[in-house]
Structure formats: structure tokens, C-alpha cells
Write a protein that binds this ligand. Structure first.
Ligand SMILES: Nc1nc2c(ncn2[C@@H]2O[C@H](COP(=O)(O)OP(=O)(O)OP(=O)(O)O)[C@@H](O)[C@H]2O)c(=O)[nH]1
Ligand SMILES: [Mg+2]
Length: 253
């Protein structure tokens, strides 16, 4: 069994990927369990099998505790974390090939609070992997790519789980952006040259320093370009899952 946690900045396409990749896996005769950990989602582009919105009421917590949207999200996740063992029993009672976990919109509320680590610890038993979503429109600018590398490495250090970077929504951007990002991720020299050519002096200096600090960490994390609309890249993502987790391969039936 594989347990896939999908994480990324707000609107990066986590929920859409969760639903579309599950559909693709099912079309390959793999069984999946879709878990929604976003208490604030009004609608989802898939039908969750397990949904924390059934355990907690985000809007009620926001109203009764008089909290803003993010503080209410924190309080809601804390409430769910109190019942983590029940949730874990429910999730782990399913015998499926893939558990796919969709996480809340605000990455930092999941990545930088202990509740996020509790979920990754208790949900599923083995072969856990994190998909970190990159926005190719944002990352196609060299210094933004560096900022994104910094975020990816920080999430990687926080969770210490095998990770795959997903260059998402590739149907919506020119192919040359994807090629450029792949070139940067294969060669720090090409990234440094593009940083020099395109930034002001201060930004250039800062971007170089950050790139050099995190490049080795991030370049060890594979990048797979995908689209949840066309399902391009899903076979490669599936193959990469078996590679990064490394304990035996799941054959497509
Ligand atoms: N063109 C294109 N659009 C996509 C793709 N994946 C997601 N989107 C769109 O991106 C927007 C955000 O998608 P969501 O899946 O809701 O993103 P999210 O990360 O779950 O959003 P939050 O949970 O609110 O942070 C929606 O309008 C999706 O239709 C994709 O592969 N291609
Ligand atoms: Mg979502």
C-alpha cells in the first residue's frame, strides 16, 4: 500500500490532482482511498471516501471562537488531531493499493504545525510519500524557482518523507517553461546563469546564495510534469512513486 500526501501552496491544484490521479489509478485497476483533510473546503472535485468535514465543523468553530479563517483552520485541525487515533483506525482499516490524502489550502498550516506531522505519522502504515506541487507559471522565472526550491526543501526537512515535486498544470503553460524548469533542476550552472541575466544586483546576490544553499537537497527530489486535465505525466508519476519509496514495485494489473 502507498500513502500519498499532496501538499502545495493555495490553489496549486492539490484537490484536482487527488481526484484525477485516483481516477487514473482506478482506470489501471488499482484501488484507492481518497481522504480529505481540508476542513474549509466548500466543494471538492472528487468524492472523498473519508472526510474530516464529517468530524469537525470549521464554520461553527470560526463563529463560536470568534476566529479569523486561518486561526479557525488551526483550531479545527487541532480538534481533529485530538481524535487522530479514531481517524487513523478508520483510514488504516481499508485495504487498498493507494491512499491519497488531500491537505488544506494553506500549506504552512499543515507543514509548520505539529498537527500536520501527526497526520503523516498516523495515516497509513508504510510506503508514505509526499507530492509537493509546483506552479510552472510562477517557477518559470529564475528567482521564483529559487524561492520555490527553498519552500520545497523546508517542507522536505519538516516531514522527512520521500518526496516528489510535481510540476502541475502543464497543459496551461507553454512547453518552453517546462523545459526551462527541467533544465534548471538538472544543472545549477544553468540556473545561476539565468539568475544573473535576469535579476537586479541585490536580488541576484540573494537568489544565488539561496540557490547554492538548497540546490543539493532539492535536486535529489525528482520533478515530474503532470496535468490533471489531460492526465499527462500520470504513468511517469506512478513509476516514480515505486522508485522513491523503493520497497518493491506495484505492477499495473
Ligand atoms: N489547466 C489546469 N488547471 C488545473 C489543473 N489542476 C488544477 N487546476 C485548476 O486550478 C484551480 C485550483 O485547483 P484546486 O485543485 O482547487 O487547488 P487546491 O490546491 O486544492 O486549492 P486549495 O485547496 O484551495 O488550496 C482550479 O481552478 C482547478 O481547475 C491542471 O492540471 N490544469
Ligand atoms: Mg484543495
Amino acid at each position: 500500500m502507498y500513502v500519498i500526501f499532496i501538499i502545495g501552496t493555495a490553489g496549486s491544484g492539490k484537490s484536482t490532482l487527488a481526484g484525477a490521479f485516483s481516477d487514473w489509478l482506478r482506470s489501471q485497476e488499482q484501488s484507492t482511498l481518497l481522504v480529505n483533510l481540508d476542513p474549509a473546503a466548500l466543494t471538492l472535485p472528487y468524492e472523498p471516501d473519508i472526510d474530516i468535514r464529517e468530524m469537525v465543523d470549521y464554520e461553527r468553530i470560526m463563529m463560536t471562537k470568534k476566529l479569523g479563517p486561518n486561526a479557525a483552520l488551526i483550531a479545527t485541525l487541532r480538534e481533529v488531531a485530538r481524535h487522530i487515533e479514531e481517524l487513523s483506525e478508520e483510514v488504516n482499516s481499508h485495504n487498498v493499493d493507494f491512499i491519497i490524502v488531500d491537505t488544506p489550502g494553506q500549506l504552512e498550516l499543515f507543514a509548520y504545525r505539529k498537527e500536520g506531522r501527526l497526520f503523516t505519522k498516523y495515516l497509513g502504515q508504510d510506503r508514505k510519500v509526499m507530492l509537493f506541487l509546483l506552479d510552472p507559471m510562477f517557477c518559470a522565472v529564475a528567482r521564483n524557482f529559487v524561492a520555490s526550491m527553498f519552500l520545497a526543501s523546508s517542507v522536505y526537512l519538516t516531514f522527512q518523507l520521500p518526496m516528489i515535486q510535481i510540476l502541475n498544470k502543464i497543459d496551461a503553460v507553454p512547453k518552453k517553461y517546462i523545459n526551462r524548469i527541467e533544465r534548471w533542476s538538472e544543472s545549477i550552472d544553468s540556473l545561476l546563469i539565468d539568475i544573473e541575466n535576469r535579476s537586479s544586483k541585490v536580488l541576484m546576490h540573494l537568489s544565488r546564495e539561496v540557490a547554492q544553499a538548497v540546490y543539493d537537497i532539492v535536486s535529489s527530489i525528482p520533478i515530474i510534469p503532470v496535468s490533471s486535465i489531460t492526465m499527462e505525466g500520470f504513468p511517469e508519476l506512478h513509476a516514480m512513486l515505486t522508485r522513491v519509496v523503493g520497497e518493491g514495485e506495484i505492477e499495473l494489473r
